[in-house]
Structure formats: C-alpha cells, structure tokens
Design a protein around this ligand. Structure first.
Ligand SMILES: CC(C)(COP(=O)(O)OP(=O)(O)OC[C@H]1O[C@@H](n2cnc3c(N)ncnc32)[C@H](O)[C@@H]1OP(=O)(O)O)[C@@H](O)C(=O)NCCC(=O)NCCS
Length: 265
C-alpha cells in the first residue's frame, strides 16, 4: 500500500525538493543556511525571499513565494512559547527537570510501555531524548509536551508534534506521537492530548497536514489514529529500525488541515 507517486515526489529529498522550487534554488538557499527541510521551520517565506535576493541576484519566478510558503507549511512555524495547553482533563506543558526521571521510570525505560519500540531506553538515552524534546519546545515553541493530568499525575506521558528527522517518501512532515504510562492507559488521556495538539498544529502553527506511524502490531496506537479521523495513506520501511526487524514496516496515517477543521464543524 505504499504510495508510488509519493515515493517519486519525495525522492532525493532536500536537494530534489529545493531544486523544484526554481532553478538554482538549492544553491541559493544553502547560501543563507537552509540546507535541509527542517532548516525551514519557523521561517517566513517573504522574509526568506528578501534574504535570498540579497544573497544572489538570480531571477526567481513569481510563484517563488507561494512555493516556499507551501514547503514551510509542511514543516511548521515557530511560535512564541513555550506554551501550555489546557484541556478538560489533561494539560500539555513544557518540560521540567523532574520529568526526566518520571518519564524514564514510567515509560522510556519500561519494557512493557516500550514493547513496540526496538528497545527500552537506557538511563543515558532517556536523558538525551528528554533533553532533545525539551530543547525542541524551547526553540520552536512546540514539540512533544509532557502530559499532566492535574490531581492524578504530574507526568502521565508525552504527546505532541515533531518535525520528522529522517527521510522517506512522505517527508518533510510533522508527526504526532504519544506515550502514556501503563497504569494510566485506556482512560482517554492520549486521545484528549492528541486533539489538543492537532488543534494547535492546524490552528496557530498553520500546518497543512500531520502524519502518524506505528507498527501493525501496535493496535492501541493505530486505533487512536483512526479514532482521531486520521487516514491510512501507505506504509514505509522505517530507516531507524534495522532491516528484517519485526517493527521495520510501519503503517502511515495522515490528517489534513481541511479535514480536521471541517470535522470539528
Ligand atoms: C498508544 C497509547 C498512547 C494510547 O494511550 P491511551 O491513553 O491508552 O489512549 P486512549 O485511552 O486515549 O484511547 C484512544 C483510543 O484507542 C483505543 N485503545 C487504547 N488502547 C487500546 C488497545 N490496547 N487496544 C485497542 N484499542 C485501544 C481506546 O479504546 C480509544 O478508542 P475509543 O475512543 O473508541 O475508546 C498507549 O497505549 C501507549 O502509551 N502505548 C505505549 C507507547 C506506544 O506504543 N506509543 C506509540 C508509539 S507509535
């Protein structure tokens, strides 16, 4: 069920995609420090075009701004933050120092919670992962937030939006992801947190689409994708999972802004 058109469109990634913006775009963008799609996060297309015009005098087509804006909408905006988002029961909030241990013991280091990952994280891996999530939120204002359930748990899990850092036929893209402590699962917390994150992503962040992926064996995760109204659009070989591993082939789901907003009516 892989998408052959998507494979072709995504082939070659940075170089090929920038090259399609206008002739010489890849070189011009590199000259102002944009070498990967994720370097576009938080940039404004009109500002970037002004910088490009100053960096070299190559002619750009009239559609240049619209094309750049469309690409930026795939990787996300930068917003003032870090923000806290409150729902009826759960809160998405920025990281605190104490979360590293709580998330390490409750989720990342737990073999049951991590049974659909290649391996639970070691203490050092957990620290590095949490730091990366924390910095991401500090730098761009959004990311994988800590899920707090006031009165129940200060750190029930981690849910949020993240620019995908590997290449595949469907990237560049922002993914939605979720991890909830075993003892707090099946109470609707991930679903509520995910809806808050998607409202934020399609609202303030101006994203055009959000994807999610998981292995076929992870019924909880793909059930949640379907409950959120995400559509299965294909599958892919996850480049960070070793070849031949049972988790290597992953299901890919997506939801687009128009679908999300129209369903909310
Ligand atoms: C996936 C995960 C985040 C879901 O969290 P959760 O808080 O239990 O999810 P919710 O209670 O909001 O449930 C969301 C929907 O999924 C369904 N669901 C949850 N767990 C399920 C399971 N084990 N089997 C079938 N359906 C399940 C719920 O019934 C609910 O659907 P409903 O609204 O029709 O009832 C959680 O199972 C988890 O953290 N797993 C371990 C980490 C992981 O694998 N993360 C995903 C990596 S891709």
């Amino acid at each position: 069920m892989t998408d052959p058109a998507g494979r072709i469109a995504g082939a070659g990634m940075g170089e090929a995609r920038f090259g399609a913006l206008w002739p010489g775009a890849a070189e011009s963008l590199a000259a102002v420090g944009v070498e990967e799609e994720t370097d576009l996060i938080g940039l404004d297309a009109a500002d970037l075009l002004r910088r490009l015009a100053g960096a070299d005098g190559r002619p750009m087509p009239p559609e240049a701004e619209a094309r750049l804006a469309a690409l930026i909408a795939r990787v996300g905006a930068k917003v003032p933050g870090p923000v806290r988002i409150d729902g009826p029961r759960v809160r998405l909030r920025p990281w605190r120092s104490a979360d590293v241990r709580a998330i390490g013991e409750g989720i990342n280091g737990d073999p049951v919670a991590m049974r659909h990952f290649v391996a639970p994280l070691t203490g050092a891996e957990n620290e590095a992962w949490c730091l990366r999530m924390r910095r991401g939120i500090e730098e761009r204002g959004w990311g994988f937030w800590v899920v707090e359930v006031p009165g129940v748990a200060e750190a029930a899990g981690v849910v949020g939006l993240l620019p995908i850092s590997f290449e595949s036929w469907f990237t560049p893209a922002v993914e939605i992801g979720w991890r909830i402590r075993n003892d707090l699962q099946r109470r609707g917390y991930a679903g509520e947190a995910a809806r808050l994150a998607l409202d934020h992503g399609f609202g303030l962040l101006g994203l055009e689409r959000v994807v999610a992926f998981t292995a076929p064996e992870n019924t909880a995760s793909w059930t949640l994708m379907e409950r959120l109204g995400m559509r299965r659009v294909g599958d892919f070989e996850h480049p960070r999972v070793p070849e031949g591993h049972r988790l290597r082939t992953q299901l890919l789901y997506e939801v687009r802004r128009g679908e999300w907003l129209s369903r909310k009516g």
